[in-house]
Ligand binder design. Sequence first.
Ligand code: PLP
Length: 440
Amino acid sequence: MTPSREEIVSENREYTLFSWSVQSAANPITMVGGHGSHFVDADGNEWLDIASQLININVGHQHPKVIEAIKKQVDELCFAAPAFATEARGKLGKKLAEVTGLAKSFFTLGGSEANENAMKIARLVTGRDKIITRYRSYHGATMGSMTASGDPRRWPVEPGIPGIVRAFDPYCYRCPFGKEPTSCRRECVSHIEEIIQMEGPHNVAAIMVEGITGSNGLLVPPDDYYPKLRALCDKYDILLITDEVMSGFGRTGTYLSTQHYGILPDIVTSAKGLTSGYMPLGAVIVNQRIADFFENSMLWGGLTYSSHPVSCAAALANLQVYEEEHLFENATLLGAYLAERLEGMRASYACVGDVRYKGLFTVIELVRDKETKEPLAPFNGTSPEMQKLAGHLKSKYLYAFSRFNMLWICPPLVITKDELDFALSAIEEGLALVDEIIGA
Ligand code: PLP
């Protein structure tokens, strides 16, 4: 018999630790099943998941083709140590080279480890130490990736690993250089050149940035940001690493979000949408120059579960589902519809300061006052109004991700227009409630 919600929660609470939580405040929703954009809790409630869990379950819950591929691989071969060659590993590496335009993949178990290895590889290849990252970023929860992150989640481990230098972000709504679109000279790139000069170009191994910044506010860069950043890296022979853990693999309608901007990074890291979360897998995908370097130099690194055959098989099936079911096209089409609706919200609600979107990667930034742009909750904090909004969505069994003064709408790529409409009506009701509280 399936245990009750109370039984599941109490055992989880008593014997396990919840991430990013003060344990006494952890209040988990249970999950016992799911289908497409919905999951089911232990009370039988169906939730519409517009967060795609952790912005990763891109093909939706319990996709039969991915499940079947996992079962088939388990029957054939559950495990091979990473020194062995397997069919799934080779096929996945080939597929990733095709869709990214890069050369070879090193497989990890998730995004943090992928970034950890990307930084290590950049240091090995260049012989330089420093990595430039950005403040409004998250790269993972292992020591190096956590240090590389710019957001407050790094504070508890500081000073962390040496060699991380941070730059400001292309956050046009709150430009860190005080610029408006008309006065902007892309200081968000040019100040990085100054940082490179100050740190010594011969010391800088890589610039590592999220393809499109995810959990720090979905910061869509201006169209020429990446071409300029690429040129800067080329000028100083610095490697460009893009962390596509969240923004890659269909989330914005393309394999890599930088494919919107016509540039090719030297190293791409991936996880999340690589398997849609069905099995743990991350990848560090490197260009030919780096692949060639390791032909005659040692790759100092490995993981017992690197290139896990079941994870590789899950990824292959997941990528096949993307293509067979035209899910990137759905992300683009429904993304355009969602963008229209978000622009409508910006025009209609006093609390909507900014909306940002690319495909089905979208956020609403809430403010108390459109003129002053005072955030509805402080940086690294929350507020009664944000909690009211989150509470309203929860009451409608809508599972959404919110943080500080922002609400993300990043549904599975299989979501239908009707499901999206349901979510957007609930969100608009919540925004109206917030407007009432702030007296707009
Ligand atoms: N990089 C980015 C951009 C992420 O959003 C995340 C996780 O949210 C990570 C890295 C870390 O990935 P993982 O949690 O799989 O280690």
